[in-house]
Design a protein around this ligand. Structure first.
Ligand SMILES: *[C@@H]1O[C@H](CO)[C@@H](O)[C@H](O)[C@H]1NC(C)=O
Ligand SMILES: *[C@@H]1O[C@H](CO)[C@@H](O)[C@H](O)[C@H]1NC(C)=O
Length: 297
């Protein structure tokens, strides 16, 4: 206790603060990285008064880059599949290290990236932090719903298609009807355009699209005893393995009406436009006059 206090006071006196130990103060990395762009990794550390020996970068425990200011070459790269550091745009100092990774590939570039800082002899202290990074091209546009009418009558067939944006891996389409996932017997994958290489220059990326058809026989259970009802149709595009907290799913929503013609006819019998049986006939006369006029002409 007493010894600790002395040590603390001594450190405070010597280094002007309680940060007497090597520590990693800030690592930034994306949780999801679009392979059409470069990936930036950043690590900031406080040597706590010790000398920097090396900053080592690992992917899934394989070292791919080292900065050792006292070594013969400041920057050393080690071959790790899916990892290419652009050294002309990477920069490390005695308290920061920033890397630019290019030519990202799926799935090899995804993984756990670690920044590890070590101090010189005799302390040989280590500090590190790890980020899990998923490399995937998420579509840049929400999906598109086609072929859906605004109104349907009971007994007819609802047929619609949904087309996702381009992505790698191939986006997955899910249909929801009134917030419930559509059953698989109402959903069918349709052939889509062949995969196409990315046009921004990363030939490792093959962009794919999904097209899905929704087919619902609109029987009377939708309207029940009502003359009409509305239905919310939603198409969601997502990427397997990517949580919606990391990349919100993209969606398109449409509201349609379903009319039951029998119920409509029944209702019209009792609800003649703008008047009802209860209202005296005089209230209906203007309406009747218009009808007579229309049919007479
Ligand atoms: C960490 O570093 C990044 C990049 O320089 C900066 O934007 C961010 O604000 C820093 N975060 C903290 C907690 O210092
Ligand atoms: C990274 O993912 C692995 C496996 O899913 C998990 O065990 C680990 O805790 C994650 N690490 C971080 C820093 O999120």
């Amino acid at each position: 206790m007493f010894a600790n206090m002395i040590r603390y006071l001594f450190a405070t006196f010597l280094f002007g603060g309680p940060s007497m130990c090597l520590r990693l103060t800030n690592m930034t990395a994306p949780s999801i990285q679009d392979p059409r762009e470069q990936m930036q990794l950043y690590c900031k550390f406080d040597m706590g008064g010790e000398d920097l020996y090396a900053v080592k970068w690992y992917k899934d425990d394989h070292e791919f880059f080292r900065y050792a200011p006292s070594g013969p070459n400041n920057y050393v790269q080690y071959p790790v599949s899916g990892v290419t550091v652009d050294t002309t745009r990477s920069h490390c100092t005695r308290d920061t290290c920033e890397l630019m990774l290019i030519d990202l590939q799926r799935p090899y570039s995804s993984g756990a990236y670690r920044c590890e800082v070590s101090s010189e002899a005799p302390a040989f202290r280590l500090a590190s932090q790890t980020f899990n990074i998923t490399v995937a091209a998420i579509p840049k546009h929400p999906p598109l719903i086609d072929g859906l009418a605004d109104t349907y009558t009971t007994g007819s067939m609802l047929l619609a298609t949904c087309t996702s944006g381009l992505g790698d891996p191939k986006p997955r389409i899910t249909w929801f009807v009134n917030n419930k996932m559509a059953p698989i017997n109402q959903v069918k994958d349709l052939p889509s355009k062949p995969a196409q290489p990315d046009t921004t220059g990363n030939s490792n990326i093959m962009l794919k699209q999904s097209i899905s058809q929704l087919r619902i026989p609109l029987d009377k259970k939708y309207t029940g005893t009502q003359p009409s009802t509305s239905l919310e149709v939603r198409c969601v595009s997502s990427v397997d393995g990517i949580n919606s907290n990391i990349a919100p799913h993209l969606s398109a929503t449409r509201n349609i009406m379903i009319m039951d013609e029998n119920q409509l006819v029944n209702n019209q019998k009792f609800h003649w436009p703008s008047c009802s049986i209860k209202v005296s006939l005089t209230g209906c006369l203007p309406v009747l006059a218009i009808f007579v006029y229309l049919f007479a002409c």
